[in-house]
Design a protein around this ligand. Structure first.
Ligand code: CA
Ligand code: CA
Length: 165
């Protein structure tokens, strides 16, 4: 085997190991498979946790979570109709959301895949109920530590709570 073949083989093995690692992690991470890996990545950052933790106790209560999600909905609902169409959801008007909730969060959220997941009745619009129900499910999936139900500590927030690998 010449050197370049050896390098190629090493690189392929490294890629395979990485892929297997991701697979195992995704299987143990209901939230990321429910809400897309991109959304999970955009959400699970210190900046978002800090933004949500309005009383500064280092935990995200369900009320804090919902208050944040209500603000995001209002920002996306450009025409104030109480519904999000695909254009509003994925449109270029994400600057306000990006500055409120980080560009990474906006990037993870504003995808066609996310739109479809949140639009549970598939009528082509996201109602506020659909939005909040989706976000409540995300919260419940992250809320894995039985010692403080209804609150996310930083381990749960970053996907390292009990039940996450
Ligand atoms: Ca808090
Ligand atoms: Ca809908």
């Amino acid at each position: 085997m010449n050197l370049s073949h050896k390098k190629l083989l090493t690189a392929s093995l490294a890629m395979l190991v990485t892929a297997l690692g991701y697979g195992a992690r995704a299987a143990a991470d209901d939230m990321a498979s429910f809400a897309t890996g991109g959304y999970a990545r955009g959400l699970r950052t210190p900046a978002i946790m800090h933004k949500m933790d309005t009383n500064g106790d280092g935990m995200i209560s369900k009320d804090e979570w919902i208050a944040f999600q209500e603000k995001v909905f209002v920002m996306l609902d450009k025409d104030k109709s109480g519904m999000l169409d695909e254009k509003e959801f994925m449109g270029p008007g994400g600057a306000e959301l990006a500055s409120f909730a980080t560009a990474g969060y906006a990037r993870g959220l504003e995808t066609k895949g996310m739109f479809k997941k949140i639009d549970t009745d598939s009528d082509g619009t996201i109602s506020k109920d659909e939005w909040l129900n989706f976000q409540k499910k995300v919260f419940e999936m992250m809320d894995t530590d039985p010692s403080h139900k209804g609150m996310l500590d930083h381990n749960e927030f970053f996907g390292r709570g009990p039940g996450n690998k």
